[in-house]
Design a protein around this ligand. Sequence first.
Ligand code: DP6
Length: 397
Amino acid sequence: MAEDPGMSVVTCTAPVNIAAIKYWGKRDEELILPINSSLSVTLHQNQLKSTTTVAASRDFKEDRIWLNGKEENINRPRLQTCLREIRRLARKRSSRGDGNSNTLTLHYKVHICSENNFPTAAGLASSAAGYACLVYTLAKLHGLEGELSEIARQGSGSACRSMYGGFVEWIMGVKEDGSDSIAQQIEPETHWPELRVLILVVSAERKQVGSTAGMQTSVKTSPLLKYRAEIVPKRMKEMIKAIKRQDFEIFGQLTMKDSNQFHATCLDTFPPIFYLSDISKRIINLVHRYNSHFEETRVAYTFDAGPNAVIYTLEQHVDEFVEVVKHYFPPEENGEQFLKGLPVNSISVSEQLNRSIQMDPVKAGIRYIINTQVGPGPQLIEDANHHLLGEDGLPKQ
Ligand code: DP6
């Protein structure tokens, strides 16, 4: 018989992903099956990540979870689904004698502690990183390897894409049981090293309508969403080709068009959903004026279910574009640090460029910018000092 390890503890991290082709609308609410495939870029965990520690012990009386320092209800249906499906898969694999699944921990209750290194309310796909991290960490605890995106998907649809690094496709699938609705890596994080991602945080307010509820109303009421489902397959093919060829012009244009169509669908939803703020719209204008000045697509925006802009660009344009953003959205003096993440050099912007942009500056319209890049998928953290749970199985301070 296997020896009782006492308490088993595993800590992992998982990334945020930002869709360039959006997921919006489910064909099955229970299994979280989408009405169209989607495609995202995994962001680097040096800047944004979720960290999760799971401990299993024979002494634990019940499953418990702490999120960002606060104990939460473990009975939330999506959480329960992930716990149940991971345990089911571990049992299945261990009964087949596959891999090195750890059967002992399967009988124990677990304590889960998870935190993000970015504000949850900033609308930065925290549920994607969070569920990906939970599923990955539980899998490691039970010694499970292989395809897990199907389980992460049932926590939050977009979470399945955070199970891989680089450029990731979520194939919508056709089967009723959802077994073919999985994420797949198109290219690894090393594929397009010049690609950069700037997150323009305009407001840390909680969003008005959550994505789960928003997309439900869109499915029920938006004719445009039905049209969208027909055109996304072609867009997906073009997007994958553009990524493989590192063609920023096409990648950027498709990204902006898809973001715009997603927000058009929100406006077509009844009652309408507004995720873009005035500042978001000014950023859109700024990007188009900047690109038309150079007669090429140098920067591309995309917006999720909130007002923050995510800008894709190439390394050689970061310094100049950030300078332009600073000029048109002058940061608050004495405010928080404006530039976070990878270093940005201060440069001067040409008079001609400013003449082409011609917009009135809006003070403090943008709170801060995070400069990041494409990154890898979830990681196992070996160093026990990084566990979020102490030896008593409770959150460390
Ligand atoms: C606008 O994955 O958060 O960010 O599956 O209901 O949990 P649920 O929704 P969620 O929706 C993400 C929507 C989006 C677009 C995207 O990431 O593809």
